[in-house]
Design a protein around this ligand. Structure first.
Ligand SMILES: Nc1nc2c(c(=O)[nH]1)N[C@H]1C(S)=C(S)[C@@H](COP(=O)(O)O)O[C@H]1N2
Ligand SMILES: [Mo]
Length: 424
């Protein structure tokens, strides 16, 4: 895994992972806003469902396992996947391709659980709350989804991933599965679900995970009235092979995966000339016997006969609704839902080439930095960012708001250090 942050854990799947249809649990990306909680004792664990319902209910894991079991293969993708490609850069976990995976989930329909409680007429949104505990003064990770999506037969409460009980990183003992939507709505470590008559007002709904309804100029401020919650994924493809660099002439197989939102992938086209001309790739099967898989990703491939030279490969997926991947970036302020058709530059040559890694030495850290900034997380959180001085100023304010014990006299030197070490 590519470690974006070791604590809280943000782990990314490397490109090789896109060569397989089911992503093994130990290669599946991990995204945590705070520390992973201790696994609960299953015998004591309860799921509480209350709020504007006729009858609040409390369920054990056995109660859930006795209900009708549903299995589904579905893609889970973080809203921030691809954030590191945005120009100008945007603060946040600097994912490249791999904060996405395709797993076989098993559990129960959320609507079957809701039926036990009975929604009142005023029910509008459902609040999901997990067992993770915020750090310092950061707001708790709590988010709502509208009743309409919650009662969709494909919205699940899952207790299994790839035939095993969920691992603790992925939400043991129970998590939301909201197929077609970005995974900030796929709450892990579920304990409490509350039916509300309004959209939740908390930070992770009203400030984070919102994006503009229309394309905006890079760096431009956006009127909050024009920001809406992130919901549907974008149609997207990844080229897993070949990777950027050099390859030998002859027959080369170009391959990868493609996925979409509630509208399934219809086609993938591949270009070897940077996007001037395109050829359709061959798509892997879309249906599985017995297991629902319309939200799964599709493997694709195209065989290419190539002579020496320089080439730019691109892949572009299109869904049944006609949505396709843009060839150029449409910027947004939090760097969500990147789906620009990937570019892979390859040099086709008979020469033998090797890559030699370059060593780097970190500079001395300024006073107070360790105690103010390296307690809740390590410097991996900073190293990935590459921000401007103004963006670093905002990050430092955000973190002092969350309780970072920064002494005023240390602030300038720390800002200078961050802005000179981790710059665009
Ligand atoms: N309780 C809780 N649920 C959560 C999160 C979290 O931090 N806490 N992170 C969300 C985000 S942003 C993502 S991308 C997915 C990541 O799920 P994974 O770690 O199983 O890949 O979980 C979501 N559910
Ligand atoms: Mo995410």
């Amino acid at each position: 895994m590519i470690v974006r942050s070791s604590r809280p854990e943000d782990l990314e799947m490397p490109l090789e992972g896109f060569n397989q249809w089911i992503t093994p649990v130990d290669q599946f990306f991990v995204r945590c806003h705070t520390y992973t909680p201790e696994p609960p004792n299953l015998g004591e664990w309860r799921l509480k469902l209350d709020g504007v319902v006729n009858q609040p209910v409390t369920l054990t894991i056995d109660d859930l396992k006795k209900m009708r079991r549903v299995e589904m293969v579905a893609v889970m993708e973080c809203a921030g996947n691809g954030r590191s490609f945005y120009q100008p850069r945007v603060a946040g976990t600097q994912w490249a391709f791999g904060s996405v995976g395709n797993a076989r989930w098993a559990g129960v329909r959320f609507r079957d659980v809701l039926e036990k409680a009975g929604l009142k007429d005023s029910a509008q949104h459902i609040l999901f709350d997990g067992a993770d505990v915020p750090l310092g003064k950061m707001p708790k990770f709590q988010r709502t989804i509208p009743v309409k999506k919650a009662i969709d037969p494909d919205t699940l409460l899952a207790y299994e991933m790839n035939g095993q009980p969920l691992s603790i990183e992925h939400g043991f003992p129970l998590r939301m599965i909201v197929p077609g939507w970005a995974s900030d709505s796929w709450t892990k470590w579920l304990e409490h679900i509350e039916v509300l008559d309004h959209e939740f007002e908390g930070f992770w709904m009203k400030t984070a995970y919102r994006h503009p309804t229309h394309p905006v100029e890079p760096g431009a401020a956006v009127d909050p009235k024009e920001m809406v919650p992130v919901t549907d994924l974008n149609v997207k493809s990844v080229i897993a092979s070949p990777v950027a660099g050099w390859i030998k002439p002859g027959r080369v197989r170009i391959s990868g995966t493609a996925w979409s939102n509630t509208s399934p992938v219809a086609r993938v086209d591949v270009s070897v000339d940077g996007g001037s001309t395109w050829k359709p790739a061959k798509l892997g099967p879309s249906k599985l016997r017995k297991v629902e898989s319309q939200y799964a990703w599709r493997l694709w491939q195209l065989d290419w006969q190539v002579a020496e030279g320089q080439y730019t490969l691109r892949a572009r997926a299109t869904n049944e609704a006609g949505q396709t991947q843009p060839l150029t970036e449409e910027w947004n302020p939090s760097g969500y839902l990147w789906n620009v058709a990937q570019r892979v530059d390859v040099e086709v040559t008979t020469k033998e080439m090797i890559n030699i890694p370059i060593e780097s030495r970190p500079p001395a850290q300024p006073p107070g930095y360790q105690s103010a900034c390296l307690t809740c997380h390590d410097e991996g959180m900073m190293v990935q960012q590459q921000l401007t001085p103004a963006q670093w100023d905002r990050e430092v304010n955000k973190m002092t708001g969350w309780g970072a014990p920064l002494k005023p006299e240390d602030r300038d030197a720390i800002l200078k250090y961050l802005a000179s070490q981790f710059k665009p």
